[in-house]
Design a protein around this ligand. Structure first.
Ligand code: AMP
Length: 249
C-alpha cells in the first residue's frame, strides 16, 4: 500500500514568535524553520508501518516555498521514499492545501493519507477534515493509535474525556495526535541517502488548482502582557481580594 504524508514547513516550535512591525503577520526572515511537529509524528507512523510490511511506499508532500524542500528531505531521511513539492509563495489556506492534496491523491492513489492534526503556525486543525470531505473518504482524526490491514484502518482517537475507536474502510484519512508515537531522529547515513531520493516539483496550476487565499488578515498583534500575580497569606485574604479587588465573587 502506498501512503501519502503531507508535511508543512513552519516556524520551529522552540522559536519565540515575533509579530512583524507592520502587523501583517509573524516574522519568518532569519527564523529557524522546521517540519510541523504533528507531521513528524505522521512520518514516523508511516515509516513504522513500512517497517512492519503493511506499507510499500511513502510519499511526502509539501506545499510552500522552494525552501520547503528541506522539510521533504527531513521526511526522506526519516524513511519516506520520495517527495513532491508544490511551490507556492505566501499563505496557503487549508482549503487550498486540501484541494492541492486531493489532486495529488488522484494522481498517486494512496491507500491512506496521514496528516498532522494541526499546523502549529496557523492552528487551523482543518486540512485533514477538508481533504476527507473533498474526497468523500472516511476520517480518523486525533489518532493516538493506528492499526492497518489491507483494507481497513482502526484508529484510537483522543476525544474529550476518553478514547474513541473507529474503523475506517480504506482509502481513508488519519490525523495524528501527540501520543501516537515519538518520532525518530534521522541518522547521518540516512540523511546522506535522502539526498539521492527524488523530489518532484510542481505548481498549483499544473494540478488545475487556484491556491489564492480567500481570507484577508486585518491585523496580527502580540497577546497582552500578563500582569504579575500576588501571593496571599491566608484563605480569608484570598476571598477578600477576590470579592473586593477582582470583584469576581
Ligand atoms: P492545519 O489544518 O493548517 O492546522 O494543518 C493540518 C495538517 O495539514 C498539517 O499537520 C499538515 O499535515 C497538513 N498541511 C497543512 N498545510 C500544509 C502545507 N502547506 N503543506 C503540507 N501539508 C500541510
Amino acid at each position: 500500500m502506498k501512503l501519502l504524508v503531507p508535511v508543512k514547513r513552519v516556524v520551529d516550535y522552540n522559536v519565540k514568535v515575533r509579530v512583524k512591525a507592520d502587523q501583517t503577520g509573524v516574522e519568518t526572515a532569519n527564523v529557524k524553520m522546521s517540519m510541523n511537529p504533528f507531521d513528524e509524528i505522521a512520518v514516523e507512523e508511516a515509516v513504522r508501518l513500512k517497517e512492519k510490511g503493511t506499507v510499500t511506499e511513502i510519499v511526502a508532500v509539501s506545499i510552500g516555498p522552494t525552501a520547503a524542500q528541506e522539510q521533504i528531505r527531513t521526511a526522506l531521511a526519516m524513511g519516506a521514499d520520495r517527495g513532491i513539492l508544490i511551490e507556492v509563495d505566501g499563505i496557503v489556506e487549508p482549503l487550498a492545501v486540501a484541494k492541492l492534496l486531493k489532486a495529488v491523491v488522484e494522481k498517486e492513489t494512496p491507500g491512506l493519507v496521514i496528516l498532522g492534526k494541526q499546523a502549529i503556525d496557523d492552528d487551523m486543525n482543518a486540512t485533514g477534515q477538508m481533504l476527507a470531505a473533498l474526497l468523500g473518504w472516511g476520517q480518523g482524526t486525533f489518532a493516538s493509535k493506528l492499526e492497518l490491514t489491507a483494507d481497513s484502518a482502526t484508529v484510537t482517537r483522543e476525544v474529550d474525556g476518553g478514547l474513541e475507536t473507529v474503523t475506517l474502510k480504506l482509502p481513508a484519512i488519519v490525523t495524528t495526535d501527540l501520543r501516537l508515537n515519538e518520532p525518530r531522529y534521522a541518522s547521518l547515513p540516512n540523511i546522506m541517502k535522502a539526498r539521492k531520493k527524488p523530489i518532484e516539483t510542481m505548481k498549483p496550476a499544473d494540478l488545475g488548482v487556484d491556491a489564492a487565499p480567500r481570507l484577508t488578515t486585518l491585523k496580527v498583534e502580540e497577546p497582552p502582557k500578563r500582569i504579575a500575580g500576588k501571593k496571599v497569606g491566608s484563605v480569608a485574604e484570598l476571598v477578600d481580594k477576590l470579592r473586593n479587588e477582582a470583584k469576581v465573587i
